[in-house]
Design a binder for this molecule. Structure first.
Ligand SMILES: NC(=O)c1ccc[n+]([C@@H]2O[C@H](COP(=O)([O-])OP(=O)(O)OC[C@H]3O[C@@H](n4cnc5c(N)ncnc54)[C@H](OP(=O)(O)O)[C@@H]3O)[C@@H](O)[C@H]2O)c1
Length: 301
């Protein structure tokens, strides 16, 4: 039985992805930051087959110590087949810092998955990696969100208050840029693994699951933004631009089941080009090097 780790498996897209993987008889390690919350989410999810093979393991992706403990604790596993880098946060209207002093969106969405993925690759023959990004990584997408911009990693890790933007607008930039960094990381990882000529093949792809107002991603949003989201959901349902985690999760599962594509970006089921900046190899290298410095380990050099 192949084992897949799903981060943020207790909610929204991650929970649906876990359900489908279990139906296909994968063993799933639900990597979540709150075990009780995860047990409750499973208990309340009537479509989730509780007799399948899953375990819950604690991880806080904003905390490097927790990530290292999580990987150390996998010694009972001979192999891990896949990793779904799904967990993500967006905070509206506030600056939040992780324990290590790094801005929490960047720490969780980017650095946490950077460290987890690389530590797992050192220990296991991971064959499939799926990175959940967003269409919002692309500044050309028309959406009421501050556009992604990669300047340098220090600005992402330790941002200064921008007097020209409200906190909400700046927090949106943390999120959209973190989703750009997800793709830069995926492409760079693919290049580095290919350049090593390893006997194993790891297929790494990034994906936009679409606009899914039904998940908990917007939980920190102030009421005005929540209303905007409800409004967008209403309009989106009429005009067909709303997506549902129960459908998008199937696109993620499909990436675990395919056998040939790597280093690409998918809009749900369809491979498409990502933004211009996401192909900038200088950005990708500088993100990789900066991430190594921040997590305190070097990988795949
Ligand atoms: N919803 C959308 O419209 C949309 C659009 C494009 C992309 N996405 C992406 O889809 C992915 C899944 O999001 P979702 O919409 O399903 O949102 P969600 O329901 O809020 O799920 C996010 C998951 O991430 C977990 N998480 C957050 N911080 C964590 C941390 N420090 N350590 C470990 N786990 C953590 C959450 O755990 P807790 O329950 O403990 O908070 C939760 O399980 C994200 O990467 C998001 O960026 C979503």
């Amino acid at each position: 039985m192949k084992t897949i780790i799903v981060t943020g498996a207790n909610s929204g897209l991650g929970l649906w992805t876990t359900k489908y993987l279990l139906e296909l008889d994968y063993m799933v390690i639900m990597a979540c930051r709150n075990i009780d919350k995860t047990k409750k989410a499973i208990a309340e999810f009537s479509e989730f087959d509780k007799n399948k093979h899953f375990i819950i393991k604690e991880i806080d992706l904003s905390d490097f110590v927790s990530i290292r403990n999580f990987v150390d604790d996998l010694n009972d596993f001979k192999e891990i087949y896949g990793l779904d880098c799904n967990a993500g946060i967006t905070y509206a209207g506030q600056f939040r810092y992780a324990k290590n002093g790094i801005e929490e969106t960047f720490a969780t969405n980017c650095l946490g998955h950077f460290l987890l993925t690389n530590l797992l690759l050192e220990k296991f023959n991971l064959e499939r990696i799926v990175i959940v990004s967003s269409a919002l990584h692309d500044p050309k997408i028309k959406a009421p969100f501050t556009k992604a911009v990669f300047r340098n990693i220090n600005e992402l890790a330790y941002p200064q208050i921008n007097p020209n933007l409200t906190f909400t607008k700046q927090a949106q930039e943390f999120y959209t840029t973190s989703k750009l960094c997800n793709i830069l990381f995926g492409y760079e990882l693919d290049r580095r693994l290919k350049s090593k000529n390893l006997s194993r093949t790891t297929l790494i792809n990034s994906i936009n699951p679409g606009f899914m107002p039904d998940t908990n991603l917007g939980r920190s949003n102030k009421s005005f933004e929540r209303i905007t989201r409800i409004f967008l959901k209403f309009i989106g349902t009429i005009f067909g631009f709303v997506d549902f985690p129960q459908v998008s999760a199937k696109a993620i599962v499909a990436l675990f089941q395919q056998n040939s594509i790597s280093g690409k970006y998918f809009d749900k089921f369809k491979e498409i080009p990502s933004s211009d900046d996401s192909y900038n190899t200088e950005f990708a290298k500088s993100l990789w090097k900066g991430s190594e410095t921040l997590v305190g380990s070097k990988f795949l050099n």
